[in-house]
Design a protein around this ligand. Structure first.
Ligand code: ADP
Ligand code: MG
Length: 181
């Protein structure tokens, strides 16, 4: 492998259909192993940048270059809301990405259990989302993002809707999780 950045945004522009030019000439490299945080006031374009990297929207100018385009197909994404399926158990919510990839439940089970253990939800595999606290719902969403073992995880203010104590706890847990990789 070279040490080319994992993801390189080169002079990226994004103007929405309503004419709002949100990003102008954004240059940004994401290197392997790096935790990179975008900081800025509300409305400055942080979510737009994440959606561009995730491929959910296209830039109006510039390039987004992946050192290995295969990595792009297996992205972990965590949004501000946990977006869990309300009728499905914690286990089934975390199994979902593997199920969509065609993996049998029995084969996927150890990976699902491992992802749940990593976020501290081993005792809640059978619970429904409505039985979880806000912090536990986010843990479940994080387990779902981890279960496919993506090379890149994108998080858009994942803890913004949580109370301060829970937010600090999850920030710490996330750093611990990353140091285990
Ligand atoms: P941040 O995440 O930093 O708060 P966003 O990327 O969500 O900022 O938004 C940046 C700007 O783009 C804002 O002015 C917002 O109103 C505008 N914007 C975001 N999404 C759209 C959209 N789909 N269409 C038009 N304007 C949008
Ligand atoms: Mg945002």
């Amino acid at each position: 492998m070279t040490d080319a950045p994992l993801i390189s945004l080169q002079e990226v522009n994004k103007t929405y259909a309503n004419g709002v030019a949100v990003l102008k000439g954004l240059n940004l490299d994401v290197n392997a192993g790096e935790t990179l945080t975008l900081l800025g006031p509300s409305g400055c374009g942080k979510s737009t940048a994440l959606r561009l990297i995730a491929g959910l929207i296209a830039p109006t100018g510039g390039d987004i270059v992946w050192s290995n385009p295969m990595l792009r197909k297996n992205l972990g994404v965590v949004f501000q809301e946990p977006t869990l399926l309300p009728w499905a158990s914690v286990f089934d919510n975390v199994y979902l990405p593997l199920r969509l990839a065609g993996e049998k439940r029995e084969k996927a089970e150890p990976r699902v259990r491992h992802a749940l253990a990593r976020v501290g939800l081993s005792d809640f595999t059978a619970a429904l989302p409505r039985e979880l606290s806000g912090g536990m719902k986010m843990r479940c969403a994080i387990a779902r993002a981890l279960v496919t073992e993506p090379a890149v995880i994108l998080m858009d203010e994942p803890f913004a809707a949580l109370d301060e104590v829970t937010r600090f706890q999850l920030n710490d847990d996330l750093l611990a999780l990353k140091s285990e990789l």
